[in-house]
Design a protein around this ligand. Structure first.
Ligand SMILES: Cc1cc2nc3c(=O)[nH]c(=O)nc-3n(C[C@H](O)[C@H](O)[C@H](O)COP(=O)(O)O)c2cc1C
Length: 329
């Protein structure tokens, strides 16, 4: 049984990665139904939250059925992060996660996210301040290091565990790599082999099939796997991996009718959540993935990303279902 403090996550939990502009409540709803064992929000800017910016505040909205759920914070100022941990605790997520992995310039070049990998003493102080500011378990998500010459995640794991984090997720790339090249899980496996480490270690990076999940589970001995991009438009990935790990057999792929059904739920929630205009526009990034690899679906996708209303989207989805009528994807 993998546990983060008192949160029981099952034998080998599959985590939905925090993804800015993706892992909002509508997306999390389909991933929960798809079998995610622990979900994270998009990252929340501590500076934004302190200013009470609408976007940051809205990211604190969580639902009972989403539990267990973690809210992820990022920032460069220690006291601001601690204050945000207090604000975040008041909405009662199951845990608070700190982002020390974000590589994008607007974050890392302002001293937040992966930038803290270049200043371990500050990272330790920030983490300690957050741990002290909340009664909730604190977890951390980070990368292997800043660049190839400073792969310091082993030191990070020990020092952050020592000041009280309850789990660590490691994306097997450096900041400089951004999303390029293959994720390298060797250091993640080494941390799992370190007898000093007793908190759960979750591996992250490039898991996109049940076979790969099994291979990496066995090879690197992690306590669970976090999945990001492979879940976009394919929330079935969680249950497919779970089933494969349990039985060695592959689940049937979702039919096109299944894809239409889940995509419809997603877009309807999106519109309820954000209003029709924004809900429809923000949904557009998901269609290509929902209908990937389906012969002749491109024309439908092109139409889906152009129409401005929910009723038009629903009509096209109905057409897709009728056209393919339960053909396996
Ligand atoms: C669109 C997008 C947004 C992301 N936003 C965040 C974020 O808000 N916080 C974070 O820790 N990581 C973020 N990430 C990184 C993912 O959580 C994950 O570490 C990365 O995608 C590697 O996992 P994967 O290969 O399973 O996608 C984001 C990734 C993507 C593709």
């Amino acid at each position: 049984m993998t546990k983060i403090k008192d949160i029981e996550l099952g034998e080998f939990p599959l985590l939905l990665a925090p993804m800015e502009d993706v892992s909002d409540p509508p997306f999390r709803a389909v991933c929960k139904a798809g079998g995610a064992d622990l979900m994270y929000t998009e990252f929340v800017s501590s500076e934004g939250l302190i200013r009470d910016a609408f976007k940051s505040r809205q990211k604190l909205d969580i639902f009972e059925y989403e539990r267990p759920i973690g809210i992820q914070l990022f920032g460069s100022d220690i006291e601001t992060m601690a204050e945000c941990a207090r604000i975040t605790s008041a909405v009662s997520p199951d845990l608070i996660d700190i982002n020390y992995g974000c590589p994008v310039k607007q974050v890392a070049c302002r001293g937040a996210g992966a930038a803290l990998l270049q200043d371990i003493p500050k990272m330790v102080k920030m983490t300690e301040a957050v741990v002290k500011a909340t009664h909730l378990p604190v977890t951390v998500k980070t990368r292997l290091g800043w660049d190839d010459s400073t792969r310091n995640v082993e030191e990070v794991a020990e020092r952050l565990q020592d000041i009280g984090i309850e789990a660590l997720t490691i994306h097997g790339r450096t900041r400089v790599q951004m999303y390029k090249g293959d994720a390298d899980w060797n250091l993640i496996g080494k941390i799992k082999d370190n007898p000093r480490i007793r908190i759960p270690i979750f591996g992250n990076g490039d898991i996109d099939s049940p076979e790969k999940a099994l291979e990496y589970k066995n090879r690197y001995g992690v306590d669970g796997i976090m999945i990001g991009r492979a879940s976009i438009g394919y929330p079935w990935i969680f249950n497919e991996i779970k089933h494969f790990l349990k039985t060695g057999e592959k689940l049937e792929a979702p039919t096109i009718a299944d894809r239409v059904d889940v995509c419809r739920k997603h877009v309807e929630f999106s519109v309820r959540w954000k209003g029709e205009r924004l809900g429809i526009v923000e949904m557009r990034r998901h269609y290509a993935s929902y209908f990937k690899g389906i012969d002749g679906a491109k024309a439908f996708r092109n139409r889906l990303v152009q129409v401005p209303t929910l009723s038009e989207v629903e009509e096209i989805l109905q057409e897709i279902a009728a056209t393919y009528d339960a053909v396996p994807a």
